[in-house]
Design a protein. Structure first.
Length: 188
């Protein structure tokens, strides 16, 4: 009896996981709303059929945490705006909230320094570009209370690992590449 119940449980769990991160055969992103959070729009994207080895996709770009190329410093330099957070465990995407008073922006300079602002705070510091990874060091940030969108950014920059630039997007993975920040280049 216990074996049947456990088998049914694992089969149900497999089916649920398979549905949430499955690849569709149509090559389009089917958006499914998820009201589990009070900030931004949380959308669930299925990966595209042309992204055979990818975990998820964002704006028709394949996100494969197993394939990275070194980041070109010239491509990194400039100002980027945070557009979304991705959770690779279920391909959920939390988009930038429309009701925040200020967008989160970060500027990378040629001298390895970085500056920017969150929703409520400003920051400066250094970045370390090591091939496929971007790390942050000596970050000094004002300490005004942040809404959830800004708190997530402040936490994410402390746990970065692999990164990728694709088209005009910078994907900075963090927490052992289980999550990612999506930033769009707005100024060179």
């Amino acid at each position: 009896m216990k074996t049947i119940i456990l088998t049914q449980f694992f089969l149900s769990a497999f089916i649920i996981f398979n549905i949430s991160c499955s690849k569709d055969s149509g090559g389009t992103n089917d958006k499914k709303e998820n009201d589990s959070t009070s900030y931004g729009d949380t959308l669930q994207y299925d990966t595209n059929s042309y992204c055979d080895s990818s975990i998820c996709s964002y704006d028709s770009l394949c996100l494969d945490t197993n394939y990275y190329v070194p980041i070109n410093l010239h491509d990194l330099i400039g100002t980027w705006q945070l557009k979304a957070y991705i959770d690779f465990s279920n391909c959920s995407i939390v988009s930038e909230p429309t009701e925040i008073p200020k967008a989160i922006k970060i500027t990378f300079f040629e001298n390895d320094s970085v500056a920017g602002h969150t929703v409520s705070n400003t920051f400066t510091g250094k970045y370390i570009l090591n091939g496929k990874k971007i790390g942050f060091d000596e970050i000094l940030m004002t300490e005004i209370m942040e809404p959830e969108w800004g708190r997530k950014f402040s936490e994410a920059i402390n746990y970065t690992d692999y990164s990728k630039i694709s088209d005009s997007y910078l994907f900075i993975h963090y927490k052992n590449s289980t999550l990612s920040m999506v930033l769009a280049k707005i100024k060179k």
